[in-house]
Design a binder for this molecule. Structure first.
Ligand SMILES: [Ca+2]
Ligand SMILES: [Ca+2]
Length: 227
């Protein structure tokens, strides 16, 4: 099951509160939720959380914790070991809740496919796709193009994912690593952190809006889980 972003945030907050009071209760609750199908971890690196072995390990640990917490010899929950365990189990449980929410999971490869063209600058003949562009004065689609005289060696107008210029492969290389047939490019992207990614195009020409206005932007990236 997939929850909306606010619901995911709320559930993550709640599981954090649970982890704060009972370190093992949070992952036990998360594994039960995964086991019962309330959260779908199968396509994520946290799939092990839904396995019967993990379920019983965390359940037993949670029960043991319930008993040992009553013993006078149990240290305060604010000592470093107790606190560190809570951070770990709380983080793991929160990740299990957030993983299927549509956000990307760190270290997982995703196939990004971007297709379409958008207009930059003010001339109708100036257009770009995810990697290549052509100009009014130069009708050839080129992989590298600077559109700012102060920055002649930069490659502008490309699609950026999470702030990084992609080096994606054309669906059909019609010359110079450009796809002038369908303007479609693919890239296997492995995010270094979990979360949502931003897609942006960069148009440094001073006279234009920066390519993100709906009228000129039709490069449509979509992500598909690759593995
Ligand atoms: Ca380029
Ligand atoms: Ca690029």
């Amino acid at each position: 099951m997939r929850y909306s972003f606010p619901v995911t945030l709320l559930l993550s907050l709640l599981i954090g509160v649970v982890a704060g009071s009972r370190a093992m209760m949070a992952p036990a609750a998360a594994t039960w939720a995964a086991r019962l199908g309330a959260i779908d971890l199968a396509p994520t690196p946290l799939a092990f959380m839904a396995s019967p072995v993990t379920l019983w390990i965390f359940t037993v640990l949670a029960l043991v914790e319930l008993v040992t917490d009553q013993l006078p010899s149990t240290p305060s929950r604010t000592v470093p070991v107790q606190f560190g365990t809570r951070l770990l189990t709380g983080g793991l449980s929160g990740a299990a809740i957030a993983a299927p929410s549509g956000a990307l999971v760190a270290g997982t490869p995703y196939l990004i496919e971007a297709s379409g063209t958008w207009r930059y600058g003010e001339n109708a003949a100036s257009s770009a796709d995810a990697e290549c562009s052509r100009a009014a004065a130069d009708g050839t689609w080129r992989r590298d193009r600077s559109v700012h005289p102060w920055d002649p060696t930069s490659d502008h107008l490309d699609l950026y994912v999470d702030g990084t210029d992609l080096l994606s492969d054309p669906d059909t290389d019609t010359g110079g690593q450009c796809d002038t047939a369908t303007h479609t490019y693919r890239y296997v992207y492995k995010p270094w952190r979990s979360g949502r990614v931003t897609f942006a195009t960069w148009d440094p020409t001073t006279s234009a809006s920066n390519g993100s206005s709906p009228s000129s932007a039709s490069v449509s990236p979509r992500t598909v889980q690759a593995f």
